[in-house]
Design a protein around this ligand. Structure first.
Ligand code: ATP
Length: 591
């Protein structure tokens, strides 16, 4: 297959020469068009659509075109022969010649003319815009003939001077043809590689899209394309922001700074929550590139010992917190106070007591509510962790960073975190399962770090401490899961609630929420019955016979999974690992 080549000749003679030489080119299919600086851009736009591979042009035209097309531009260089020809022509000329040109042309002339003992004055320009001034100056200096390229000659004539165009000879044109072939070959090899990777991405079925700083989509895998089509029917939007508006914000810059760590997002597409990950791709161009990919729920979290999530607060206001009990009212009171300032804060309480939820509300009720809300989980200590945390904490003067697992860091790293917090204005909220003072005593918390939030600590009570609010929470979860599962459950009977109340309750809000979720799914009356709940507890509490062999296989499987989950303190990662399945499979099987 021949290389489709567009040859733009800035003057008629070059067009003729190119047409003649093109005939001898076996591997180039050359279209020759005449056009100068002004005409070249529309020509290229017109031919670009016709599948051309490469463009050949000369001087300023070639340089201008580079800024307006992604096709490779080969420039016909002024050769020693071209210079020699001009010098031979003008050496006995009496009409005071002057060369005006870019540094390479002028230097070429100086070298060759020195060899020949011909001395022609010259003016070096660096930009086409300088031509007019250079011509006027030459005229003022007494020059009568200007030697230069097409634009220079046109300008000279406009000022009433003679001009001699530096024409390109056969050798220069042939040289450009050779270069076109070589460049095309290099391009083809690079394209081959890109194609290979693209195919690989398609084959592995990873839903991934790559886009630039402006959000313009550069690549989209077929599986991602299907999702985009699903999101916007018949839409040919080329901007990623049209589909995922949350990407166009402060996180983009952060993404670049914490590369190679990805930022996770939870996003609803047609009522279905999905996990997305955004990352930064290093390229050697000035432009920044990003990718967005769909991921299994919280997969590969341990990859970097650090996970960064753009939090989506499920509750945004203190008024949404239900419960009149003293412990809950105390939490609300303290949290309201905390939302009024920007000091580092610690929230502590057992697993599933609502620490993340409260952190989200505090953020939404604070001055920085419109800024980012990040959940940073430290999963392991490692050498570069502070380098990774630095941009996160220093990222913006605003926003809230919720930091979980800081006690996993060695004490000197914790001291570094304390220093970072001291220097930043980003609001930091620490989450602990144990009380900070206990952690301090056990030497798991650095005194420097402790000092940062010593005055601002909120303890989240365990559910068993505020059982008088149980009915409120049960009702809240029923309403929440009715929506999710399209049910119309109206509540639990008084006696069921009493029974629930009198249980030796070990779990927290997280577990209560799971139990109600299960109950909503199985309930087939308006009220959740004691039996419904009992069946669920049977499966999640130790001491009950685990497997009821009268149930269908899928149900037995569910029971086993619940049992393992319970034994692993509802830790989904550990349960999934024990069962040899991944976390999304685990949840799918429980549905
Ligand atoms: N005030 C609340 N009202 C209703 N539901 C709540 C409340 N607080 C928390 N929840 C629910 O309880 C569950 C656990 O909450 P959250 O994740 O905030 O707890 P956590 O203490 O941060 O958990 P962990 O210790 O596991 O990280 C979530 O499903 C959340 O929706």
């Amino acid at each position: 297959m021949k290389i489709k080549t567009l040859f733009i000749a800035p003057y008629p003679g070059l067009k003729e020469l190119a047409l003649t030489l093109a005939k001898e080119q076996q591997s180039l299919d050359i279209t020759v068009v005449q056009g100068d600086l002004q005409e070249a851009i529309p020509i290229v736009k017109q031919y670009e659509k016709k599948g051309y591979d490469i463009i050949i042009s000369r001087g300023g035209t070639a340089q201008l075109l580079r800024q307006h097309t992604s096709l490779p531009i080969i420039e016909i260089k002024v050769s020693g022969y071209d210079i020699l020809r001009i010098l031979t022509l003008v050496k006995d000329y009496s009409a005071h010649p002057r060369i005006i040109g870019f540094p390479n042309i002028c230097q070429g002339f100086v070298s060759v003319s020195n060899l020949l003992g011909v001395h022609i004055p010259y003016t070096i320009i660096h930009d086409q815009e300088e031509v007019a001034e250079a011509v006027q100056q030459a005229k003022a200096d007494g020059a009568q003939t200007i030697i230069g390229d097409t634009i220079t000659c046109k300008t000279a004539e406009a000022y009433g001077l003679q001009s001699i165009l530096i024409t390109s000879g056969k050798e220069s044109v042939l040289e450009a043809f050779e270069q076109a072939k070589q460049t095309y070959q290099i391009m083809k090899n690079a394209a081959k590689q890109v194609n290979l990777y693209k195919q690989l991405l398609q084959k592995t079925k990873i839903p991934i899209a790559i886009y630039n700083e402006n959000g313009s989509i550069q690549f989209v895998s077929s599986s991602f394309q299907k999702i985009l089509a699903f999101m916007k029917n018949n839409s040919d939007e080329s901007s990623i922001y049209a589909y995922f508006p949350f990407l166009d914000n402060a996180y983009k810059q952060l993404c670049q700074e914490i590369e190679p760590i990805e930022i996770q997002y939870t996003y609803a597409i047609n009522d279905e929550w999905v996990q997305l990950r955004q990352g930064y791709l290093k390229t050697d161009q000035n432009e920044s590139q990003y990718y967005l990919r769909f991921s299994e729920k919280e997969d590969n979290q341990e990859e970097y010992g650090l996970s960064v999530t753009a939090m989506r607060p499920i509750m945004t206001s203190f008024s949404q917190i239900v419960g009149n009990s003293q412990p809950i009212q105390m939490v609300i009171h303290q949290a309201e106070k905390a939302a009024m300032h920007n000091e580092p804060l610690a929230l502590y309480g057992e697993k599933g007591t609502g620490k993340k939820t409260l952190a989200g509300i505090i953020h939404c009720e604070s001055k920085q509510k419109d800024e980012f809300l990040l959940l940073v989980r430290i999963l392991a200590d490692y050498r570069e962790i502070i380098d990774h945390l630095k941009p996160i904490l220093a990222h913006s003067e605003k926003g809230t960073c919720v930091l979980q697992g800081v006690e996993h860091l060695r004490l000197e790293h914790q001291d570094d975190v304390a220093q970072l917090i001291h220097e930043t204005k980003t609001r930091t909220i620490f989450l602990f399962e144990d009380s900070p003072i206990n952690l301090l005593r056990q030497k798991k918390l650095s005194p420097h770090l402790f000092k940062q939030f010593k005055q601002n600590q909120i303890r989240l009570p365990s559910l068993k401490e505020y059982m008088e609010d149980l009915d409120e929470y049960v009702r809240k979860f029923i309403a929440q899961y009715n929506v999710k599962y399209g049910k119309q459950i109206v509540g639990v009977h008084e006696e069921t609630l009493k029974w629930l109340y009198n249980r030796n309750w070990q779990g927290n809000l997280q577990e209560l929420s799971h139990v109600i979720e299960q109950a909503i799914q199985v309930a087939n009356h308006e009220y959740i019955s004691k039996e419904d709940l009992n069946n669920i507890f049977k499966n999640i509490e130790p001491g009950y016979s685990l497997i009821d062999l009268n149930k269908p296989l899928a149900e037995i499987e569910k029971d086993i999974i619940w049992k393992v989950l319970q034994e692993e303190e509802m830790n989904q990662t550990k349960a999934a690992k024990r069962l040899g399945i991944n976390r999304s499979t685990l949840w799918r099987k429980l549905k």
